[in-house]
Structures are given as structure tokens and as C-alpha cells.
Design a protein around this ligand. Structure first.
Ligand SMILES: [Zn+2]
Length: 73
């Protein structure tokens, strides 16, 4: 029997809200996304194998990924 397994990243939305985007200068919605590597078998992600990476803020208006510190302003 052939097993197909590996490590694949999975991005999860951890938070959302409103902010003034420094890129498009508009008040718009954002999502905070965290990426984590999962052990997968037959393309089914079974369990996480790493700690969550630095999460990114994604502007839903222009789609730009930026560091979380933009929310401090
Ligand atoms: Zn934007």
C-alpha cells in the first residue's frame, strides 16, 4: 500500500476587525492570518508540527499583507 504524506502549511484566520490601511489609506476590514505547518496524510491535515508563525494582517480592500504592528497606530 502506498502512503502519501508530508508537511504542508495551513493558513488560519485568527482575528478580524476594522483599521485604516496604510497602503490604500482607506478605512477597511482586516483579517489576521497565522500560518502553521501540519503533518498530512493523503492530503488530510492531521496535526500541527510547528508553532504558529508570525501572524500577518491582511487588508481586505487592497489585499496587502503587513506586520501586526500597523494595528498599534
Ligand atoms: Zn489596504
Amino acid at each position: 500500500m502506498l502512503f502519501i504524506f508530508g508537511i504542508s502549511p495551513k493558513t488560519v484566520k485568527t482575528d478580524q476587525g476594522q483599521f485604516v490601511c496604510p497602503i490604500c489609506k482607506t478605512r477597511s476590514a482586516y483579517e489576521i492570518k497565522t500560518q502553521r505547518n501540519y503533518f498530512s496524510l493523503f492530503f488530510i491535515k492531521l496535526f500541527p508540527v510547528s508553532k504558529p508563525r508570525e501572524s500577518a494582517v491582511v487588508c481586505l480592500n487592497c489585499g496587502t499583507h503587513m506586520p501586526k504592528m500597523v494595528l498599534d497606530h
